[in-house]
Design a protein around this ligand. Structure first.
Ligand SMILES: *Cc1c(COP(=O)(O)O)cnc(C)c1O
Length: 418
């Protein structure tokens, strides 16, 4: 599928005149339409809820848009809980799916009434000591080995630090019951950025079968199964987006075959998607500022890996559109680089693009999730602004860019600058 930016060059120049590049731009219309499709895909399940994974894009304006579309939030840290609380999420609107969890995080989750998802059997005792056991509680499962569908291996849960074995799940349920838990959930995240309609249905089958087994073995009242994150998006132009309606149908099929015959037709299905909810509806907008020709041809832009880490960290592909040159032939081979003193600070390597001139606006696609949020301050680089392109075509600053004062804020007691 051809990748087209959700914004015109004229609009981008208008935005950039007010808020200088680089910035992350988000598409309200796309976000809302996708969230509605998501809810439609699972409308067959009475208790269905998507808990947006806050770590993907922790911006309060975007979180409130998702809240208006019926989503809850999935948090994994103290500050994510604080942010969710401030956005008006509370109680069962919040899943707390953390690991290696500090005591104060559990305390805040308990205080907010969040649904706590335990990553390990030892966390039963730990939670009991630091915050007490709530009546509704969830445990994270790891089946070990490799996770495969009919089309091959998807990932290696056996190598992942998350979750409990079957025996530990049963033991955790028993202990939690003794400590006062009354309602139980199951959670698992077995593969990331999956590109097929089969991931959730296969995961659902495994977790639904586990739910029946755990109920039979421990008598636990299982109220929900959380399929977590992992539904992917196509970053490359040749990929096809996952058809979420088909995914919903596949999960429904597993639900009908496994849970309903076991008398568990009232179990709610939860999801915790981040990438699928926002990934395609954000982009990083940057300007070409330098052009360099040595052993290769380089375009230096005003963004760097501090604004988008995925290419440097994973070698991830992010499609680039040179605005205004959409129909020009891609007859130049460039490395598109940022200014970090790290040779991996490259948004693209040997990428065929139209001839780029200084001043051109470049759009890096699909940065709406795990984009801005993975940013960092290496080399003293500052985090960019985030801007929302609203449904009516107007735009709004939803996070200002960092200033040097922000960067030095943690040294304020030294009074370095007088
Ligand atoms: C990161 C994460 C998610 C979201 O993952 P995506 O790949 O963005 O869908 C959901 N749940 C948990 C526990 C996570 O750690």
């Amino acid at each position: 599928m051809e990748k087209k930016p959700f914004v015109t060059k004229e609009k981008l120049e208008e935005i950039a005149a007010k808020y200088p590049t680089p910035f992350h731009l988000y598409d309200e219309k796309g976000i809302r339409e996708n969230a509605r499709r998501m809810n439609q895909a699972f409308s067959w399940n009475k208790g269905f809820r998507e808990y947006f994974a806050v770590k993907a894009t922790p911006n309060p304006v975007l979180m409130k848009i998702l809240k208006e579309e019926g989503c809850g939030v999935d948090c994994s840290s103290y500050t994510e809980l604080m942010l969710s609380d401030a956005c008006g999420f509370g109680g069962a609107d919040i899943m707390f799916s953390s690991n290696d969890t500090p005591p104060e995080d559990f305390r805040l989750a308990k205080k907010l009434g969040a649904i706590i998802n335990l990553d390990d059997l030892t966390h039963v005792e730990f939670l009991n000591e630091v915050a007490g056991i709530p009546e509704t509680i969830c445990c994270r499962y790891n089946p070990g080995g490799t996770f495969r569908t009919a089309n091959g291996i998807m990932d290696n849960p056996g190598e992942a630090k998350y979750g409990m074995t079957y025996g530990q799940m049963a033991e955790a349920y028993r202990k939690l019951g003794q400590l006062g838990a009354k309602r139980f959930g199951i959670h698992a995240f077995l593969a990331s950025n999956t590109q097929t309609e089969e991931y959730y249905p296969e995961l659902a089958r495994i977790l639904f079968e586990l739910a029946v087994k755990l109920r039979d073995k421990t008598g636990a009242d299982i109220r929900f199964v959380n399929l977590s994150g992992g539904v992917g998006i196509p970053y490359t132009p040749d990929g096809e987006p996952v058809d979420i309606l088909k995914v919903g149908e596949g999960v429904k099929e597993a639900f009908r075959r496994v849970l309903e015959p076991a008398g568990m037709g009232d179990v709610a299905v939860f999801t915790e998607l981040g990438r699928f909810m926002l990934g395609p509806y954000g982009c990083l907008v940057t300007r070409a500022v330098h052009e360099k020709h040595t052993y290769k041809d380089y375009i230096g832009v005003d963004a760097c890996a501090a604004n988008l880490m995925r290419p440097a960290m994973y070698g991830a592909y992010h499609h680039i559109t040179v605005m205004g040159k959409e129909d020009a032939p891609c007859d130049h081979k460039y490395d598109v680089t940022g200014g970090l003193c790290e040779n991996n600070d490259k948004f693209a390597i040997d990428r065929m693009l139209p001839k780029i001139d200084k001043g051109d606006l470049l759009v890096l696609h699909d940065t709406g999730a795990h984009g801005f949020s993975m940013g960092y301050n290496y080399n003293g680089k500052l985090r960019s602004a985030e801007i929302l392109l609203k449904e009516d075509g107007s735009f709004e600053l939803i996070r200002r860019a960092e200033t040097p004062e922000d960067y030095f804020a943690t040294l304020d007691f030294l009074n370095l600058f007088g």
